[in-house]
Design a protein around this ligand. Structure first.
Ligand code: THU
Length: 145
């Protein structure tokens, strides 16, 4: 069921991540990233990286997307995540979520008990894997229950 929705929305999800990349604020690294989250009602929530003059405070696209989803009241139902990025917004190799973002995405996913499919979009290929493969044995809300 959820796999069918992912298949149906796959192109739209990737296009949304590409569109979000256009909102990247990345004056320091020049590396623009867009992320798009697909939920089980078909909704898509996006984010782009938001850098900071104090470099270490920069927020990644996936984290911004998760915070935006939470702000919209979404606490679960996360089916898939698409991410892509490149210098000046020129996508080349597929990129996968950084370690911190894996943990942030895990929080949102765990609230709804899903294991989202992560689509790492490059020009030549889109690498797909489940979050549990990217972040095995994750620490999550259940550990604090
Ligand atoms: N970045 C993301 O937005 N997502 C990732 O998963 C990896 C890195 C951003 C952070 C920073 O603004 C820029 O890419 C270069 O590291």
């Amino acid at each position: 069921m959820s796999d069918a929705l992912i298949a149906e929305k796959r192109d739209e999800l990737i296009a949304a991540a590409r569109g979000a990349m256009g909102s990247a604020y990345a004056p320091y690294s020049g590396f623009h990233v867009g992320a798009a989250l697909l939920f089980d009602d078909g909704a898509i929530v996006t984010g782009a990286n938001f850098e900071n003059a104090s470099y270490g405070l920069s927020l990644c696209a996936e984290t911004v997307a998760c915070a935006s989803a939470s702000q919209a009241g979404r606490r679960g139902g996360l089916l898939a995540v698409a991410v892509m990025g490149g210098m000046g917004g020129a996508v080349e190799a597929a990129i996968s979520p950084c370690g911190r973002c894996r943990q942030v995405v895990n929080e949102l996913a765990a609230l709804g008990g899903t294991d989202p499919l992560v689509l790492c979009v490059g020009t030549q290929e889109t690498v797909e894997m489940r979050l549990s493969v990217l972040l095995p044995n994750a620490f999550g809300p259940a550990n604090l229950a």
